[in-house]
Design a protein around this ligand. Structure first.
Ligand code: C5P
Length: 219
């Protein structure tokens, strides 16, 4: 593809990146890439504690993994070895495993290549932690979404309740704060806004207002 359009959205856990990325991608008629799902799928596949394996052992398992992408907007489907990645990766526990794998250079190097390769084949709204800083530093449109830990925990709480899933606001707040700390302080590709990113503090904004700000930013 000649000159794919890349839009990056970075930000902390629970800020609403996926929801916004899907809708912005629909608006632009391009796929959205959920890079957190790639870390989660690796974590889910290798399992709890595997982040402590030897680098060579992890590399050997990564070498067997191939990510694919199809669809547009909210219908984008990310697959691992031709199997669509499902809802089983969406727990806060798997999020924490993913955050542990995300500290490992071997995993980041592997996913960097996979994500950049997708970016040569597709226009993308790519969301994650290091899209604007490390993976697509030359992207013409970069956003950083932020919100207070309390507001993000509240949003996750309401989401879980709506799904009929068990949820404890105090535990969620602690989990999100812990993952934030690890994501912001790791040595490799820590969560930070790219210098050229437009930062949107969504704490007091609703989804319609955030989407409007993103659409304005790419207009
Ligand atoms: O966004 P999500 O909560 O699904 O991400 C799970 C974890 O994967 C994050 O807490 C983070 O540690 C890691 N991640 C990352 N870089 C990305 C996307 C996710 O380090 N681009």
């Amino acid at each position: 593809m000649d000159n794919p359009l890349i839009v990056t959205i970075d930000g902390p856990a629970g800020v609403g990146k996926s929801t916004m990325a899907k809708q912005l991608a629909r608006h632009l008629s391009i796929p959205y890439l959920d890079t957190g799902a790639m870390f989660r799928a690796i974590a889910w596949t290798l399992g709890a504690g595997a982040w402590e394996w030897d680098t060579a052992q992890i590399q050997a398992r990564l070498d067997e993994m191939h990510f694919g992408l199809s669809g547009i907007g909210e219908d984008s489907v990310l697959s691992l070895n031709s199997v669509p990645i499902g809802e089983e990766i969406r727990t806060e526990e798997v999020g924490m495993w993913a955050s542990n794998f995300a500290t490992l250079p071997v995993v980041r190097t592997f996913l960097k290549a996979a994500q950049q390769e997708l970016g040569t084949r597709f226009s993308l709204v790519a969301e994650g932690r290091d899209m604007g800083t490390v993976i697509f530093p030359d992207a013409p449109y970069k956003f950083f979404l932020d919100a207070s830990v309390e507001e993000r925990a509240n949003r996750r709480y309401r989401q879980l309740k709506e799904m009929g899933a068990p949820a404890d606001l105090v535990v969620l707040t602690e989990q999100i704060a812990k993952r934030d700390h690890q994501d912001r302080n790791r040595a490799v590709a820590p969560l930070v806004a790219a210098q050229s990113a437009v930062t949107i503090d969504t704490t007091t904004m609703d989804k319609t207002q955030v989407l409007a700000a993103l659409k304005d930013g790419v207009a």
